[in-house]
Design a protein around this ligand. Structure first.
Ligand code: BGC
Length: 439
């Protein structure tokens, strides 16, 4: 996202700038609506925030052990070996990455799980693992899951373009265990189920006691935090723990006002009517929103030429990665456009990304003030994902709205890039789970 100077283009200034503005008043409304939805979600009432219990609290930093972690949540799959030293440090060892073909993401569920099992086999053979030794594997499965125990949970719905059949409603740990068994991998026990947000929170909290929130701003978006007022968790008070991390599934929050472009994107997405906040905030969708705006402006005759339409006909062809480049349109195959058009497109991208960052920053503020209404203590927020990592302007805009909202206490919210949550964090979850089962 390249900061641009104000653009002298009537459609941009009079139409798009107000349309994509996310004002101070919008932010205050979001915080109030988040608190209501969080309360409803926790107390079992109808809510767009699922507020899913994860059956785990934060680590002490003393957890030890060697674990494998499998990370499924986007277009890549990773298998990782992790060692925890018990002193707040984790060592990531052998790692294998696999690209998940679209036909696997969107095909039959048993093929997807067989693919995962084959990746574990490949990992073992690439890194000379002992087939006789037993390994505990933590499964980071970054989709909404109705968790029943630390190593059991059924998929509520797919997000982020996954549609594999016959998985919704099934226990994904059981599916992975069965696929491993069918492939003859008998020395691996799937011992924990994690979300990438919990992974990020655990990875940071292992060495930082102030860390109380995990946030993902990547292909998808979501957050988790430890809930201490367990009386608010319907049916959970029987679990003997001091706190439980809640996977909010904030991507599904639906109290924001969508623009006509958000509605168009939603209508043609694989999951219409779902994941409204995610579709306004996360990397999978921001390029598509910009594409839809560009197409509308070409139609109105106020940008590029009618002949340029053909560059923008394919959904999802314009990506966040294109828009991060200094000369986004050249990278997209459109060379030699007028400087005023290039400026207008850069400004449109800036509007869409800024709105996303301001919504994300406000949502973080909402969760932090839920935990600590006066912002009286320091909160480290473990943040992972390409938007946060690769677009410096994104973090700046998140901090700007937090500062606008809480000018006196904004420094009590520290955003820390936490890159290996899904590996390290998942291993820590496995270790905490092992500790819990021994208690
Ligand atoms: C999923 C979440 C996940 C987030 C970030 C969303 O689409 O529903 O479970 O944490 O993406 O990967």
């Amino acid at each position: 996202m390249i900061p641009v100077t104000p653009v002298d283009h009537p459609d941009v200034t009079d139409w798009l700038e107000p349309l994509f503005a996310f004002t101070h008043a919008d932010a205050q409304q979001l915080i109030a609506d988040f608190h209501t939805e969080m309360h409803h979600g926790l107390s079992g009432k109808n809510s767009s925030l699922k507020m899913l219990p994860t059956f785990i609290g934060r680590p002490s930093g003393k957890e030890t052990g060697r674990f494998l972690a499998m990370d499924l949540g986007g277009t890549n799959l990773r298998v990782i070996a992790v060692k925890l030293d018990g002193k707040g440090q984790a060592q990531v060892g052998d790692t294998s990455r696999f690209v998940i073909p679209v036909e696997i993401m969107q095909g039959a569920g048993d093929r997807l799980f067989d693919f995962l099992a084959r990746c574990v086999q490949t990992f073992f053979s690439l890194h000379d693992f002992d087939p006789q030794r037993r390994y505990d594997l933590a499964f980071t499965f970054s989709f909404p899951v109705d968790q029943r125990a630390i190593a059991s949970g059924s998929l509520i719905e797919w997000t982020k373009g996954f549609t594999a059949s016959d998985v919704v409603g099934k226990d994904v740990v059981a599916l992975l265990a069965a696929a491993l068994h069918d492939r003859g991998v008998k020395n691996v026990r799937v011992c924990a189920l994690a979300n990438d947000t919990t992974g990020a929170l655990m990875a940071r909290a292992y060495g930082d006691a102030n860390c109380d929130m995990g946030v993902i701003l990547g292909t998808g978006s979501n957050a988790c935090y430890p809930e201490t007022r367990l009386d608010r968790l319907s049916g959970m008070s029987a679990v003997a723990v001091d706190e439980m991390i809640i996977n909010m599934e904030w991507g599904n929050f639906d109290k924001l006002t969508p623009t006509e472009f958000d509605r168009m994107l939603d209508r043609d997405s694989p999951n219409p009517g779902r994941q409204w906040l995610e579709k306004m905030v996360s990397g999978m969708y921001l390029g598509e929103l910009v594409r839809l705006v560009i197409v509308a402006m070409i139609d109105r005759g106020s940008l590029l030429t009618p002949g340029d339409q053909r560059f923008f006909t394919n959904p999802y062809s314009l990506t966040s990665a294109h828009l991060a480049q200094p000369d986004a349109m050249a990278g997209f195959g459109l060379e030699h456009i007028k400087p005023t058009d290039a400026q207008a497109i850069a400004r449109i991208a800036e509007l869409v990304f800024n709105r996303a960052a301001r919504i994300a920053g406000t949502a973080i503020a909402a969760v932090v003030t839920w935990m600590d209404s006066e912002l009286s203590r320091s909160h480290t927020i473990a943040v992972d994902g390409s938007l946060f990592e690769k677009y410096p302007g994104f973090r700046r805009q998140m901090l700007a709205i937090i500062d606008e909202l809480y000018p006196e206490r904004a420094d009590h919210i520290q955003l820390k890039l936490t890159s290996d949550g899904s590996g390290t964090g998942a291993a820590i979850i496995a270790a905490v789970a092992a500790g819990q089962s021994h208690r």
